[in-house]
Unconditional design. Structure first.
Length: 660
């Protein structure tokens, strides 16, 4: 009895192990079972078969009844009909049940495998985006909208074919596919984006996206990790090591890679991990710099939101125009009617060095890439003749700016903590010891904040930075008093929450709890400048007209990553624009230019800015009905009634751009 039970168990176990090996093994088992039943059916009728029928004919007779129920009425004799009926019923089970189920199940599994994106792509000179994060969708939008930039990028590599986009996601599901199809930019062109499943830190999964053969690989910072897991920067460096190893194994050229790191101190490690062309964008550092610039020049967020977004107005373009070699900066600027020449990027000892807002006598050399602000790639092309006149240009002597009274120390109230706060503090401190006084309010323990600052080599005295531990969403009267003393209030999006929606909900809750203090009129003092950082662009409309300025940091970082991928000189340009000591974008009042309110044309404002050593970018019309409106790179021939409240948007190398 025990032997019988053991034998049955062994048989069932063998069948189970055979069936789970795949559809091909299942089909072989069914075929063997069909052959066995046909043989048994042939043997069953062999005794009553005629003299002309042997075993071969009997087995064939049984096989036909097993596979086709149409033969059921052709048989005569009770025993032959009984066997024929049994074979037909068994055929229904084997062929119409088991066989069809195996084939259908195998087909469904094959289709699911294809839908999951597990097959390698056969592509070259394409763009690879590793990871699906809050940056990925805006990044895809930028690549799809930058048609001319993509063509120019491929032409610079000696390739003229159309570039595809491949995105590697951790787990491809219907939610991601639906999000892709519903996007207003990517949706109509979703067939140009190929999705593959896999982990970017797995070297085998990088084969699926053909990363080695890509024209550019973009690695946005992964989503915030659960405590105890590998940090985001470590994951990015592991990806670089895997890609570098694959390049060596194939003996191929290293593709151009753009990565986002959270901490600037890891950049040196990333460059050691990958030996090919690499650009590093520090997300926290970039956002911190943009925030610091926005505090120095309130309203500046409207300018860089346009410059860094392909959907709004003008952008920064970097183009080579050999026909302008040998001309001075002032002369070259006159060859552009629908673009603004801001400077050049020059290769010096394997470094890209930007010269923004140079002197008008600055000479354009061979190999210089011109930095332009234009509405489209075509608008960034020069005209055959300089605008205005064909006579030799007379360089007018630059005049000093009029002295304007400025406030000395600015009080900044930072509400919330994220990895961007250390970069923001470092950037504010770089403008001088008494330029800013900062108070950081967060529920994170002060000792933990100090530890994180020390890990990045930062230490700030109490006179510059004060820490308060409390939940600012329930700060009450103490919070209102702190807001009353502040010149700037910054709401930081938390990176300790699971999703951007939760972080934005907390930010909006904190704003509403302090809204009365933020909007209260202050005698003899300008209103508090409010700057909100949000993680989801859909939540901006929830604020309506309440907030002063809103920064969607994932969207800005996505645009920067895509633009640096298409034009690596942009990294050097942004470093120059948003750090202390170099050129910067700011505002000039009419008092600084010693002008009176009057009708002024684009050409007049260009010349007036050039006389003071600035580059005219546009007009910030504070006096317009319905709120401020920034117009960058206005069309030639435009003129406005410029009031004393309006400001001129300029690029300047001076430190005196207005702090209004």
């Amino acid at each position: 009895m025990k032997f019988g039970v053991g034998l049955l168990a062994r048989f069932r176990f063998w069948v189970e192990r055979a069936l789970i090996r795949g559809a091909h093994v299942q089909l072989l088992l069914v075929i063997a079972l069909v052959a066995l039943i046909a043989l048994l059916g042939g043997l069953a009728i062999l005794p009553i078969a005629g003299p002309e029928e042997g075993l071969e004919q009997s087995v064939w007779w049984a096989f036909l009844r097993l596979t086709d129920p149409g033969y059921l009425g052709d048989d005569a004799g009770a025993w032959r009909r009984i066997v024929s009926t049994g074979l037909t019923l068994g055929g229904y089970v084997l062929f119409m049940g088991t066989l069809v189920a195996i084939m259908t199940g195998g087909l469904l599994r094959w289709m699911r495998t294809l839908e999951r994106g597990l097959t390698p792509v056969i592509m070259e000179d394409h763009f690879v985006v590793l990871g699906w994060t809050s940056r990925t969708l805006p990044l895809l939008q930028e690549l799809l909208l930058s048609t001319f930039r993509v063509r120019h990028f491929l032409a610079s590599l000696g390739r003229s074919r159309r570039a595809g986009i491949v995105t590697l996601v951790e787990e491809l599901d219907d939610e991601i596919l639906e999000e892709l199809r519903q996007d207003p930019v990517v949706g109509p062109r979703h067939d140009e984006v190929v999705l593959r499943s896999g982990s970017a830190i797995n070297a085998d999964h990088l084969w699926r996206v053909a990363a080695v053969h890509a024209a550019a690989v973009i690695v946005p910072s992964p989503q915030e990790n659960v405590p105890g897991e590998v940090s985001a920067d470590v994951e990015v460096i592991k990806i670089l090591l895997s890609l570098d190893g694959q390049v060596d194994a194939l003996n191929e050229e290293h593709p151009y890679v753009v990565v986002e790191l959270r901490e600037p101190r890891h950049e040196a490690v990333a460059r050691r991990a990958y030996r090919g062309p690499l650009e590093v964008v520090s997300g926290g550092l970039l956002i911190g710099r943009l925030m610091a610039q926005n505090m120095r020049h309130p309203g500046l967020s409207r300018v860089y939101n346009e410059l860094l977004s392909p959907e709004l107005g003008s952008e920064i373009f970097v183009r080579h125009h050999p026909q302008l070699v040998g001309k001075s900066f002032g002369e070259a600027a006159r060859f552009f009617e629908r673009a603004l020449l801001c400077g050049v990027v020059r290769q010096e000892q394997e470094r890209l060095v930007p010269y923004l807002c140079p002197e008008r006598e600055f000479e354009v050399r061979r190999g210089d890439a011109l930095v332009l602000i234009a509405r489209s790639y075509r608008d960034a092309a020069p005209c055959d003749e300089p605008r205005g006149t064909k006579r030799p240009l007379k360089m007018r002597k630059a005049e000093p700016l009029a002295e304007v009274r400025r406030r000395s120390c600015r009080r900044v109230l930072v509400l919330g903590w994220s990895e961007k706060v250390p970069a923001l503090l470092s950037e504010l401190r770089s403008y001088g010891e008494r330029a800013f006084e900062v108070t950081v309010v967060s529920s994170l323990p002060v000792s933990e904040r100090v530890r994180r600052l020390q890990e990045q080599g930062m230490s700030f005295d109490a006179a510059f930075c004060e820490h308060i531990q409390t939940d600012y969403t329930h700060w009450g009267a103490a919070g209102a008093a702190a807001v009353e003393r502040a010149d700037h209030v910054v709401f930081m999006s938390s990176d300790r929450l699971i999703s951007g929606e939760e972080a934005d909900a907390r930010t909006i809750m904190g704003y509403l709890s302090l809204e009365e203090a933020l909007t209260r009129p202050r005698r003899g003092r300008p209103p508090v400048q409010q700057l909100l950082e949000l993680a989801d662009s859909h939540n901006k409309r929830l604020m309506g007209a309440r907030a002063g300025e809103v920064m969607i940091s994932p969207v800005l970082l996505s645009h920067v990553l895509a633009q640096v991928a298409l034009r690596r000189e942009l990294r050097a340009i942004l470093d120059e624009l948003f750090t202390v000591g170099g050129a910067e974008i700011g505002f000039r009042t009419l008092d600084e230019y010693a002008l009176e309110a009057a009708f002024m044309s684009v050409e007049e404002l260009r010349e007036e800015a050039a006389r003071h050593g600035d580059v005219f970018l546009g007009v910030d019309r504070v006096s317009v009905r319905g709120g401020a409106a920034v117009e960058l790179n206005p069309l030639p021939g435009r003129s406005w009634k410029v009031s004393s409240e309006d400001r001129v948007v300029v690029m300047t190398r001076g430190t005196g751009a207005s702090l209004t």
